[in-house]
Design a protein around this ligand. Structure first.
Ligand code: AMP
Length: 281
């Protein structure tokens, strides 16, 4: 595996591959890699000739400085995992390489910016759009692979690609889970054993809530159920639990079978904010 820290050198290597007719697959990450990330690498390896992974903890997408400070960093271990997974190129830039000057661009994503993580984490998706557009410009991938665990993020990236008229296929990949059902996340390693145990209830509560849909319960009744379940343990603080139209994330007032619905949750377990989602169809 080639490791590059310099964007011009990376772009040069990739241009040569492109001229040979090779298709580039790209997996942007913030590191502290787990099997979920590696499943994206696998998808890229299967669907492109050259797989590039970037590891960059993007400061502009953190609305909470403490969250940025505590975000786990382990580039050597990550590089070993990527090498073992068969990744071809790792891009590991410093902040100044990505942002030689302050990025002042403001993106508009309409309702996507105003709901769920858009509402709760002001500026987060703008930061995501800034870094992903810069990385896309360096890597110029044919396909880019993202995890559906970050469902709203995938929609933002698809919208970004549309707005910038980029010829990049955005591929949404399934969420990988721990054996107890908790969605894999780099943030899980920040949980202490008690918090980790508490976190495993999140997917179970979401599954139970889904069952209520099939018992004919209303959205409000389902939300009340989730709230009630989480209120049993002081470690939890619910940020949101919403049921939305799966195709555009507009909030739903009622459930019917003609609209695909998805439940999305953000919950603090201790100080650590975890997100997950579950299709309700
Ligand atoms: P991150 O490093 O958290 O920014 O994530 C990098 C990419 O990996 C994003 O596209 C995430 O959606 C994806 N990802 C994170 N967790 C998982 C998971 N459990 N399963 C599949 N993909 C994931």
């Amino acid at each position: 595996m080639i490791i590059k820290r310099n964007k011009a050198e990376l772009a040069e290597i990739l241009e040569k591959e492109r001229q040979k007719g090779k298709k580039i697959g790209f997996v942007p990450t913030m590191g502290a890699l787990h099997e979920g990330h590696l499943s994206l690498i696998q998808a890229s390896l299967q669907n492109s000739d050259i797989t590039v992974c970037s590891i960059f903890v993007n400061p502009t997408q953190f609305n909470d400085p403490k969250d940025l400070e505590r975000y786990p960093k382990m580039p050597e271990k990550d590089a070993q995992m990527l090498e073992k997974a068969g990744c071809h190129i790792l891009f590991l830039p410093e902040v100044a390489e990505i942002y030689p000057e302050k990025d002042t661009r403001v993106f508009k994503f309409g309702i996507l910016d105003e709901i769920l993580d858009g509402a709760r984490r002001p500026g987060h998706f703008n930061g995501v759009a800034q870094v992903v557009s810069i990385l896309f410009d360096i890597v110029k991938p044919d396909k880019a692979f993202f995890g559906s665990k970050d469902y709203q993020q995938v929609m933002v990236i698809k919208e970004l690609v549309k707005q910038l008229k980029l010829d990049i296929e955005v591929v949404a990949c399934p969420t990988l889970r721990e054996p107890d059902g908790l969605a894999m996340s780099s943030r899980n390693m920040l949980l202490d054993p008690e918090e980790r145990k508490a976190a495993s209830l999140i997917p179970l509560i979401m599954q139970d809530a889904k069952r209520l849909k099939y018992e004919g319960k209303s959205i409000q009744e389902i939300k009340d159920f989730v709230n009630e379940k989480l209120s049993h343990n002081k470690l939890y603080r619910l940020d949101y639990y919403e049921i939305c139209n799966a195709s555009d994330l507009s909030p739903l007032n009622s459930l019917n079978n003609s609209v695909r619905s998805i439940s999305l949750i953000a919950v603090f377990v201790g100080k650590i904010r975890l997100i997950d989602n579950l299709a309700l169809d």
